[in-house]
Design a protein around this ligand. Structure first.
Ligand code: X2X
Length: 334
């Protein structure tokens, strides 16, 4: 019996002795996928979280950030996440995720929120809790704090958008998402569903006339190279849930989980300031690069959506419980 114990110990110790370089490598390697270019604050803050996690776990956990769709487009990353092949994917609730969990797009409803503090209060509060509860029902798990992207603006290469009339028949790229498609259909445009990985090339080759994103993404993804007009519509707010799966999360040792969660949430909060600053300060920069800006009155856009039944249609889809939770923060909609 004693001999058995000794030989087992030797066998366990052997790999470290034979391959000393592995003694320094982290024991747990986590894959974190994003659809944004490497220099976007989301990736910078995710890498900061990775450094803290490595340190606080004494070198046990290495979070590896793969930016810029390196692991595949949004749909690919969501399937990999569900299969447990990747550990984290920062995914917009309005994007591909809403095909699995329809209510997840609710915070992106057109012209619902008018300031960022209220969105954060809603998503750090009851609305966010409600949505995160829905994710667990399909085997996904979102960290508590959403990573903000900001209010979205419309760019195109044809004309400034001053009233809904200007959107008429314009081909606007939207993410692959029923809410986004519906919003732009109700506004009279011709939306085309395209993953973010193909946005630059579809604008460049004029497969579409325009797209919509916050200034931080318009700038960092260099969309100003292939777009002339930027209309500050602030038509909806978006953010990224730092999403894991039950499969991946439950694989983590219990004492590691709070270290990972706390550091990811801290980076989400740190990033909010970065993006808020960029979404204001980048206007001058983009103008210097040749973009022409205008700021339309949102009222006619809202009126058009109300009249065309957009709010009534989505209230029915989301259900009264979710809708009332949203209105608790936004005030009456429609
Ligand atoms: O696809 C987009 O436009 C982006 C990057 O903003 C989202 O992920 C929703």
């Amino acid at each position: 019996r004693r001999q058995f114990l000794i030989s087992t110990a030797a066998a366990v110790a052997a790999p470290a002795l034979v391959m000393p370089k592995f003694a320094r490598a982290a024991e747990i390697n986590l894959k974190f996928g994003t659809n944004l270019p490497a220099n976007h604050p989301l990736n910078i803050r995710a890498n900061e979280a990775a450094e803290r996690i490595l340190k606080e776990t004494g070198g046990q956990v290495q979070l590896n950030v793969f930016p810029n769709n390196q692991l595949g487009n949004d749909a690919d990353m969501l399937s990999q996440l569900r299969a447990g092949a990747i550990d984290f994917f920062t995914v917009s609730g309005v994007n591909v995720l809403s095909q699995m969990v329809p209510v997840s797009s609710i915070y992106g409803l057109g012209f619902a929120f008018s300031d960022e503090d209220t969105v954060h209060r809603a998503l750090d509060g009851d609305l966010g809790k409600y949505l995160r509860g829905k994710f667990t029902k399909v085997g996904l798990m979102a960290m508590d704090n959403i990573w903000s992207s900001g209010f979205r603006q419309i760019t195109n290469s044809v004309r400034p958008i001053t009233t809904p009339d200007d959107l008429k028949n314009l081909k606007i790229r939207v993410p692959v998402s029923p809410l986004w498609t519906s919003l732009f259909q109700h506004l009279g445009a011709a939306p085309a569903s395209i993953n973010f990985a193909e946005v630059y090339s579809s604008l460049q080759t004029k497969v579409v006339d325009g797209q919509e994103n916050p200034l931080s993404i318009i700038s960092i993804a260099k969309l100003y190279e292939v777009q002339k007009y930027c209309s500050m519509t602030n038509h909806m707010w978006d953010g990224f849930w730092c999403m894991s799966s039950m499969k991946a999360w439950n694989r983590l040792p219990e004492k590691v989980r709070p270290i990972v969660a706390q550091n990811l949430n801290r980076s989400a909060l740190d990033m909010r300031g970065d993006v808020a600053k960029l979404n204001v300060s980048l206007k001058g920069d983009l103008q210097a690069k040749g973009m022409v800006f205008n700021t339309p009155d949102p009222a006619p856009f809202r009126t058009m959506l109300s009249k065309s039944g957009f709010y009534a249609e989505w209230r029915k889809k989301y259900g009264d419980e979710a809708w009332e939770m949203l209105e608790k923060y936004t005030g009456k909609l429609g």
